[in-house]
Design a protein around this ligand. Structure first.
Ligand code: PGA
Length: 259
């Protein structure tokens, strides 16, 4: 893992945007794995600005969501499809075509079938670069503690902590769905490169476990220690429980001097 520690969430977003823009510069038909939640919002704003300036485009690319709530209509403002269309799709955003944004179907009559169908689509496309957030309970996608490291796209229950964390997007916690359909940890681990973004104090413990803790299903993001190309992009608050920050800064600078 390469850990980049930045002064602000804007700097985190800039570092992530630069890596994504480099990938699409090299290969415009690349496949971007996209996350939802508040953390990637500054990044998506930068990608829209870059598209409007002509320095970046998802027009020839594809995007695959990590997850979707079960049972929310697609036109519900908190559905992840709605969120991602709003952030990325169209000529006034990043040029991404609606048909090239893929999201799991959280309303399928047979959710297990929908999960297999989605997993096959992700694997066939092959994600080149995956954006991830992290839950305060250590989840990535909606892979909650105890999730198998080998899991594929599946339906799972959200923890009470995750529903509490996400209640801010809904009128009340009772409206937060109880289940999701999410790419599995095994699915996510097949991405070519991973950018994990975390900002704010309430992520500090999960970041500490992910980077310096033992690999354990108690903290699902720790599986990323086994991925060869992970960039952990954090602000000072999210980095505040890390022990080896001097080394991470030195290693980050050294890596970026040599590419
Ligand atoms: P957040 O969510 O960006 O809204 O904090 C991250 C996550 O739950 O993965």
């Amino acid at each position: 893992m390469l850990v980049g520690i930045f002064n602000s969430e804007d700097e985190v977003a800039q570092a992530a945007a630069k890596k994504i823009i480099d990938v699409f510069d090299f290969q415009p038909e690349s496949v971007l794995g996209v996350a939802t939640g508040s953390t990637p919002l500054p990044l998506y704003r930068l990608l829209r600005e870059a598209y409007q300036k002509g320095t970046f485009s998802l027009k020839e690319g594809q995007a695959f969501a990590l997850d979707e709530y079960v049972g929310l209509p697609v036109d519900h403002k908190q559905s992840y499809r709605y969120f991602l269309v709003n952030e990325l799709v169209g000529d006034d955003k990043t040029g991404l075509l609606d048909e090239n944004l893929r999201t799991p179907d959280g309303n399928a009559p047979d959710l297990a079938d929908a999960a297999i169908y989605y997993d096959d689509a992700v694997a066939a496309a092959g994600v080149d670069i995956q954006i991830l957030g992290i839950g305060s309970d250590g989840h990535i996608g909606f892979n909650e503690p105890s999730c198998s490291f080998a899991s594929r796209t599946h339906v799972g229950a959200l923890t009470a902590q995750t529903r509490q964390d996400n209640a801010r997007f809904f009128a009340s916690i009772d409206e937060v769905p109880t289940q999701s359909i999410t790419q599995g940890l095994g699915t996510i681990m097949e991405a070519g490169a991973i950018l994990l973004l975390a900002t704010g104090k309430n992520k500090a413990k999960a970041v500490k476990q992910m980077v310096e803790g033992p690999v354990s299903a108690r903290w699902p993001a720790t599986i990323l220690q086994h991925h060869p190309q992970v960039f952990v992009l954090v602000d000072k608050d999210a980095a505040s429980e890390l022990e080896l920050t001097d080394y991470y800064r030195q290693n980050w600078d050294s890596y970026h001097r040599h590419i």
